[in-house]
Design a binder for this molecule. Structure first.
Ligand code: NI
Length: 254
């Protein structure tokens, strides 16, 4: 059994075959999918999926790229919705210095407010970090995020950064990039992450693993991430399934 701990099945990219994509995931052994809604449009569509399918859970939050557009009432809305029994975490939240759409100070404030929200509602957080390792770690520390813990989603940082996150109770999740031949760093980091902190995901429809690199990603392909992890760790695919499924169940209370 596999769990895709980070997917966006509500994305418009699935408008023509959403049912079929979900079915393909189930047939590939993906028994649970965690869908992430991150703005005014995708939070409602994520909640709809979570209410329609017993095996789809929801993570909701405000994406750092959209920080500039977040109003106080959006935060209140997320907090209200987070009481829903299918909402298992707050995310994806964090910092994104790649897309220059929201000023850093605004991103920091929105990030901090959502860590505080997660602490109020007692749910873990799902972290999006792009080119902002130092500030992400600093803010997690300053806001005492270890009290709720969470996951560094589609981790792309160094072992040094991973270590700092592990020290704060965080899980490290890997996606398609660990299947790329030239992706030396994520493979090295995966090899060092303690077994009881390892998660896998697709981040579909983005970041397709080999052999679908460059094409649309979907939750079924988390199986390729599991295969890559098995090779890197020198374990059976079945062992990887058990390790990552147990970890996801513990973190998200599934
Ligand atoms: Ni995502």
């Amino acid at each position: 059994m596999l769990i895709d701990t980070h997917t966006h099945l509500d994305s418009k990219k699935f408008d023509n075959d959403r049912e079929a994509a979900i079915q393909r995931a189930r047939e590939a052994g993906v028994e649970i999918m965690i869908n992430v809604g991150f703005d005014r449009e995708t939070i409602p569509s994520t909640m709809e999926l979570a209410e329609k399918y017993e095996f789809i859970y929801a993570v909701i939050g405000w994406h750092p790229v959209e920080s500039i557009h977040m109003r106080e009432e959006d935060l209140e809305w997320i907090e209200r919705l987070s009481a829903h029994p299918k909402v298992v975490a707050i995310g994806e939240i964090g910092l994104d210095y790649h897309w220059d759409t929201s000023p850093k100070d605004v991103q920091h404030e929105v990030f901090r407010k959502q860590i505080q929200l997660a602490k109020r509602v007692g749910k873990p957080i799902v972290i999006h970090n792009r080119d902002a390792h130092e500030d992400v770690v600093r803010i997690l520390r300053e806001e005492k995020a270890e009290e709720v813990g969470g996951v560094m989603h589609c981790f792309s940082g160094s072992w040094e950064t991973a270590k700092q996150c592990l020290d704060m109770n965080f899980y490290i999740s890997f996606g398609g990039p660990v299947t790329f031949k030239n992706a030396r760093v994520p493979k090295e980091v995966l090899a060092k992450v303690p077994e009881d902190r390892l998660l896998i995901e697709t981040d579909s429809p983005y970041l397709s693993p080999e052999p679908y690199r460059g094409k649309r990603n979907e939750s079924a392909y988390v199986a390729y991430v599991a295969d890559a992890a098995a090779v890197i760790l020198g374990k059976d695919r079945k062992e990887i399934e058990k390790i990552t499924t147990d970890n996801a169940k513990i973190l998200f209370g599934l």
